[in-house]
Design a protein around this ligand. Structure first.
Ligand code: NDP
Ligand code: GDR
Length: 367
């Protein structure tokens, strides 16, 4: 996949760049945020986990470019489950801003790895907050926490906004709720500049391949090129407020720049079902889907070709407790940050489909 070139930084000669630490820099959001901050002239410090194989594919294009940006992109081995390591990195870097994007971020997997998810996604936040305090940086270092619409879980109110009560429906959601409240508590107790971004689902060509949108666009690209027949999915009726990760990264940064810290929802205000995402993806390659059957027997076939079944349900992908509907109201972010999502649902699907077709054609579509 061709990666965008990182533009020249905006830091003026002789000016000391701001320093930011990003946890989760190897993930979807972390990689876009690293590009964004480098362009703004930041010195970026990424925390990466040691892995037995390379896990830096999403940031290799900025790390390798030594002449332009690599001197301002430094990587440190670390983990949100290791306090001493976090304390050491924070003390050494003395960051102006920390973006805590690191997490075991898969809702379904969190049911299988509940204790680890609590450690990384919940207690990990507390470890970072204590590390800032231990380094004596509570008046200097601002922290952004990747909170989530999964906090809303079981529907209490539609659309969901900052004042909507939480009712998480997974170990992931519960762990994130611990992090959310820890942040609020430390902000009130110690006057620290801490911000929860309550972000609704956001996707991109860099989305992990096991999240539903990317799973769909990868499969549709393969089906279109004749390399796969059918895609197996779970709950086809779940509805999500899907935006583009590029829009949301900017919102994270805007939150951290506010004089007074607060918590903000970022969303598009539009929601679609998994079925609609499937339909839109097939539409991109000129195929129309018709649905038939019910429940676990439901399936999707190509219109006028009932034998050509391209979508089937596999209950293996159902969750013990599901979040059926997420739809956000980002009025506060619009009013206070001037943030608006710019990329539409249709444009998001196009961007992902275009990229996944290019991946298939380049032979980068291994399942
Ligand atoms: P990804 O799954 O793409 O990336 C997660 C990142 O966290 C990876 O860099 C991963 O490293 C790292 N990580 C995992 N476990 C640990 C750990 N124990 N210590 C340190 N780092 C760890 O997620 P996204 O980029 O999509 O999301 C970023 C954050 O935003 C996450 O916290 C997620 O929960 C949250 N969020 C995401 C939303 C979305 O729609 N994308 C919406 C709302 C919130 P490695 O590459 O080694 O696995
Ligand atoms: P989500 O994203 O759980 O909302 O969490 P995901 O794409 O995994 O699921 C969205 C909805 O699609 C349904 N679904 C399937 N999901 C997956 N992964 N695979 C399938 O085959 C499938 N079939 C149907 C799910 O049941 C669900 O209802 C994401 C993550 O990025 C979190 O970290 C983040 O906090 C939230 O978004 C906001």
């Amino acid at each position: 996949m061709a990666e965008p070139e990182v533009k020249k930084s905006k830091v003026a000669d002789g000016e000391t760049p701001k320093k930011a630490i990003i946890t989760g820099i190897t993930g979807q959001d972390g990689s876009y945020l690293a590009e964004f901050l480098l362009e703004k002239g930041y010195e970026v410090h990424g925390i990466i986990r040691r892995s037995s194989s390379f896990n830096t594919q999403r940031i290799d294009h900025i790390y390798r470019d030594r002449h332009e940006s690599a001197v301002r992109l430094k990587l440190h081995y670390g983990d949100l489950t290791d306090s001493t390591n976090l304390m050491h990195i924070i003390y050494e870097v003395q960051p102006d801003e920390i973006y805590n994007l690191g997490a075991m971020s898969h809702v379904k997997v969190s049911f299988e790895m509940s204790e680890y998810t609590a450690e990384a996604d919940g207690v990990g936040v507390l470890r970072l907050l204590n590390a800032i305090r231990s380094a004596g940086l509570e008046k200097k270092t601002r922290l952004y926490q990747a909170s989530t619409s999964e906090l809303y879980g079981k529907v209490q109110e539609i659309p969901q906004k900052e004042t909507t009560p939480f009712y998480p429906r997974s170990p992931y959601g519960v762990a994130k709720q611990f992090g959310y409240w820890m942040l609020v508590n430390y902000r009130e107790a110690y006057g620290m500049h801490l911000t929860n971004g309550i972000l609704f689902n956001h996707e991109s060509p860099r989305r992990g391949p096991t999240f539903v949108t990317r799973k769909i666009t990868r499969a549709v690209a393969r089906i279109h090129r004749g390399k796969q027949k059918t895609i197996y999915l779970g709950n086809l009726d779940a509805k999500r407020d899907w935006g583009h990760a590029r829009d949301y990264i900017k919102g994270m940064w805007l939150m951290v720049q506010r004089d007074e810290p607060s918590d903000y929802v970022l969303s598009t205000g539009e929601c679609h079902s998994v079925k609609e995402f499937v339909e839109e993806s097939f539409k991109y390659v000129g195929m129309e889907i018709t649905w038939a059957g019910e429940g676990v027997e439901e399936y999707g076939h190509i219109k006028d070709d009932p034998e050509n079944i391209v979508v089937k349900v596999d209950p293996r992908y159902f969750r013990p407790t599901e979040v059926e509907l997420l739809l956000g109201d980002c009025s506060k972010a619009k009013a206070e940050l001037g943030w608006v999502p710019e990329i539409t649902f249709e444009e998001l699907v196009k961007d992902m489909m275009k990229s996944d077709i290019a991946n298939v054609d380049a032979g980068h579509d291994h399942l």
